[in-house]
Design a protein around this ligand. Structure first.
Ligand SMILES: Cc1cc2nc3c(=O)[nH]c(=O)nc-3n(C[C@H](O)[C@H](O)[C@H](O)COP(=O)(O)OP(=O)(O)OC[C@H]3O[C@@H](n4cnc5c(N)ncnc54)[C@H](O)[C@@H]3O)c2cc1C
Length: 416
C-alpha cells in the first residue's frame, strides 16, 4: 500500500516535454490514448507496440455477436489516430527508465519522452485442467474466440467454468445457437464480484429459462475425456470446456522495471506510475475507485477508453481534469441489457420497479450511502444515475423506489 499512499500524495501534473510517445498494447486503451493525443493537437511521433499479430480489435463482441455472426465487425477504429506507427506481433520485454528506452523482443529499442503501458490482462488458468485431453479454452483474444466459435454447433456440449460475465455471455450466445450449455460456479451464486444479489438471481433465472444447466457451489476437481468432474462426484458431460475464472494484470513488464504493482500497476488520476515519464491505462492499472476510495483494478471497456483519453489530455495540458469517473460496465445476456454503475454490492438493495418484468433498477447502499445502481433494460436511467452516484448524495429511500418519480428528477433534486 506504500505506493498507493505515495500516488495519492502526488496531486499536481507538471508539464511534460513531449516529443516521442511509445504505447505498449494494442487494445481499446492503447487506441483511445493514441486518438486522444492526436485530437489534442500532439504532432510528435507516436509508436504503438502490440504482441498480438492482429490489427487492433475490440473484445466485448467476442462473447456476443462475433460468436453468433462471425465476420470482421470487431475491428477498432484507428482512423483518428493519424500518423501512428503500429507494430504488431512483437512484445516489449524491458524498460530502461534511466535511458528512457523500451526494448522489444525483436531486438529493437525505442526511445520515449513518455511511455504508456496499456498491456491489459490475461485469463487465469485452472490447475485442475492441466494435462487433460478434453479441449479447453479461455476467452480473451480473437484467436480464442475463433477456436470456440468453430465448436459452437447445435448439439455440442460446452461446460463453462466460472459464473462471471464473460462466461455467462458466452453461455447465453451459445445456448441460442443450439449448444447444450452447463455453467459450473464454485460459489453459491453467479457474478459474485460484479453484481448484487438481485441481479445475480435475475441472471440465474434467465439462464435456467433458456435451458442452461447451472451447477452452483460446486468445485471442478478434474476433467476426463467424458467431461468435467465436480467435488460432489458428478461428471458434467462435455465436448469442450471454456474457463472464465477471471484475469490477472499483464504487469510483468512494469514489475521488472521496479514500478510499483500488485496484480496491476499503481497509477494516480493522471495515469502516472511510480517511474517518471511512465504512465499506465486500462485493465492493467490499479487505480483509486472514486466510490470505494480503494485502489482496485477496474476491468471494463469504458474505463479503458475514458481513463486513456483523460490521461492523454492531462499529458498535453497539465490543467486538464484528471480521471475521476465512477466505474461502469454493461453486459448483454439473451435480450437483457444489463448496465451497472459504481459499486454494485453493499449491505442493502432497493428495487425500483418489478424485478419480474425485465425492466427495473436496483439501488445499492452501503451503510446508508448510495454507492451503486444496476439497470435492467433501463438505458435512459444510466446518465442521471451516473450523475447521482458521482454527486455522493443519497436520496430518500421512498423516492428511490417511487416509479412515478422521474429518474432525472430523482438525480438532480437538490433537496436530498
Ligand atoms: C470476451 C470479452 C467480453 C467483454 N465484454 C465486456 C462488456 O460487455 N462490457 C465491458 O465493460 N467490458 C467488457 N470486456 C472487458 C473489456 O474488453 C476490457 O476491459 C478492455 O478490453 C481492456 O482494454 P485494454 O486496452 O486495457 O486491455 P486489452 O484489451 O487486454 O489490450 C492489451 C493488449 O496489450 C497486449 N500486450 C500485453 N503485454 C504486451 C507486451 N509486453 N508487449 C506488447 N503488447 C502487449 C495484449 O496482448 C493486448 O493485445 C470484455 C472482455 C472480453 C475478453
Amino acid at each position: 500500500m506504500h505506493s498507493a499512499i505515495l500516488l495519492q500524495g502526488l496531486t499536481l501534473m507538471p508539464a511534460v516535454n513531449l516529443e516521442t510517445v511509445a504505447i505498449i498494447g494494442g487494445g481499446v486503451a492503447a487506441v483511445s490514448f493514441a486518438c486522444a493525443l492526436r485530437a489534442g493537437g500532439f504532432n510528435g511521433s507516436i509508436i504503438a507496440v502490440s504482441d498480438e499479430p492482429e490489427l487492433a480489435y475490440d473484445r466485448p463482441p467476442l462473447s456476443k455477436t462475433f460468436m453468433s455472426e462471425g465476420g470482421d465487425a470487431v475491428r477498432l477504429d484507428t482512423s483518428r489516430a493519424t500518423n501512428v506507427e503500429w507494430l504488431h506481433g512483437v512484445a516489449a520485454i524491458s524498460i530502461d527508465g534511466r535511458q528512457r528506452r523500451v526494448h522489444l523482443a525483436d531486438g529493437r529499442s525505442l526511445p520515449y519522452s513518455a511511455l504508456v503501458l496499456a498491456t491489459g490482462a490475461k485469463p487465469r488458468p485452472l490447475a485442475a485442467l492441466a494435462n487433460v485431453e478434453l479441449p479447453s479454452f479461455t476467452l480473451r483474444t480473437l484467436g480464442d474466440a475463433r477456436g470456440i466459435r468453430a465448436r459452437l454447433v447445435a448439439g455440442a456440449r460446452m461446460v463453462v467454468i466460472g459464473g462471471g460475465i464473460i462466461g455467462l455471455e458466452l453461455a447465453s450466445t451459445a445456448s441460442r445457437m443450439g449448444v447444450s450449455v452447463s455453467v459450473v460456479e464454485a460459489l453459491p451464486r453467479l457474478m459474485n464480484r460484479c453484481a448484487g444479489d438481485v441481479l445475480a438471481s435475475f441472471v440465474a433465472a434467465q439462464h435456467a429459462q433458456n435451458g442452461v444447466e447451472l451447477w452452483l457451489g460446486k468445485q471442478v476437481i478434474g476433467c476426463s475425456l467424458q467431461g468435467v468432474l465436480l467435488n460432489d462426484g458428478t461428471t458434467v458431460p462435455a465436448d469442450f470446456v471454456v474457463v472464465g475464472i477471471g484475469v490477472s494484470a499483464n504487469d510483468g513488464l512494469a514489475r521488472s522495471a521496479e514500478i510499483a504493482c500488485d496484480d496491476g500497476i499503481f497509477v494516480d488520476r493522471y495515469g502516472r506510475t511510480t517511474c517518471p515519464q511512465v504512465y499506465a491505462v486500462g485493465d492493467v492499472t490499479r487505480q483509486r475507485n472514486p466510490v470505494s476510495g480503494h485502489f482496485e483494478r477496474i476491468e471494463t471497456w469504458t474505463n479503458a477508453q475514458n481513463q486513456a483519453m483523460a490521461v492523454a489530455r492531462c499529458l498535453l495540458d497539465p490543467t486538464a481534469a484528471p480521471y475521476d469517473e465512477i466505474p461502469y460496465y454493461w453486459s448483454d445476456q439473451y435480450d437483457q441489457r444489463i448496465q451497472v454503475l459504481g459499486i454494485p454490492q453493499g449491505d442493502e438493495e432497493l428495487v425500483r420497479g418489478n424485478a419480474g418484468n425485465n425492466a427495473f433498477i436496483v439501488f445499492h447502499l452501503l451503510r446508508d450511502r448510495l454507492v451503486g445502481a444496476t439497470c435492467i433494460n433501463q438505458p435512459k436511467a444510466v446518465a442521471p444515475l451516473r450523475r447521482l452516484i458521482a454527486s455522493g448524495k443519497t436520496p430518500d429511500r421512498k423516492k428511490m423506489i417511487d416509479i412515478d418519480l422521474d429518474i432525472r428528477k430523482l438525480a438532480d433534486d437538490d433537496q436530498q
